[in-house]
Ligand binder design. Structure first.
Ligand code: GDP
Length: 209
């Protein structure tokens, strides 16, 4: 997919306030500091698009970007601020959980994982919650330029192993670096694929009605 235009739309405090539109949405989420803003800027080829609305302390907002006038890239608030002992509700704010459960035009969620770390409990909990709720998602391992290729494959292997304890099938997995721009094409092509499949399904449904 070629990104022709990327425009910041607005920030919203919760899913109820999000724009009433049928445009497909591809959302990005991860622990704070995972590299989400950098990834969004890399995907959209902009230097500071994802920072426009993100002044410190105001991160609990849902940021919308209109891409090619065709779909929304949605930047969700980071999770994992609270201590591990806190309840699910406190770890994953209502803003996040409600958006994911209620937003009908959410096509796919990209869950960002720091590739330098071994599997983190909070990421696994979040992913398992997505599974329980049948939310389609893909994993993106960020900052791969900061690890050796051996450490990267070890961490990926460990992550796969932990996931296989609860999952029969693994989701699509991408590896990215904003420094080397690794993974950009793969992610955009995947979005294109999901986008086109959804269009075909929609047409088939109309024909069957
Ligand atoms: P966010 O809080 O998830 O939006 O994370 P940011 O995009 O602000 O990134 C957090 C820090 O990680 C910043 O200092 C970035 O420069 C750095 N960072 C993000 N992505 C990469 C990457 O792919 N490679 C390297 N080396 N640093 C990165």
């Amino acid at each position: 997919m070629v990104i022709r235009t990327a425009k910041f739309v607005a920030s919203y405090p919760n899913v109820q306030k999000c724009p009433k539109t049928d445009l497909p949405e591809y959302a990005f989420i991860g622990r704070s500091n995972v590299g989400k803003s950098s990834l969004i800027n890399m995907l959209t080829c902009t230097k500071a698009l994802a920072k426009v609305s993100q002044t410190p302390g105001k991160t609990q907002l849902i940021n919308y970007y209109l891409i090619n006038g065709e779909w929304h890239l949605v930047d969700l608030p980071g999770y994992g601020y609270a201590k591990v002992s806190k309840s699910e509700r406190e770890k994953f704010s209502d803003i996040i959980l409600n958006y994911i459960l209620k937003r009908e035009n959410l096509h796919l969620l990209f869950v960002l994982i720091d590739s330098r770390l071994e599997p983190q409990e909070i990421d696994i909990q979040f992913i398992n919650w997505l599974g329980e709720n049948q939310v389609p998602f893909a994993l993106v391992f960020t900052k791969t330029d900061k690890v050796s290729s051996t450490a990267l494959s070890d961490n990926l292997q460990q992550f796969r192993k932990v996931m296989m304890e609860a999952w029969e099938e693994l989701p699509p997995i991408f590896t990215t670096s904003c420094v080397t721009r690794t993974g950009r094409e793969d992610i955009l092509n995947y979005i294109e694929q999901v986008f086109q499949n959804a269009k075909i399904n929609q047409l088939e449904n109309v024909e069957h009605d």
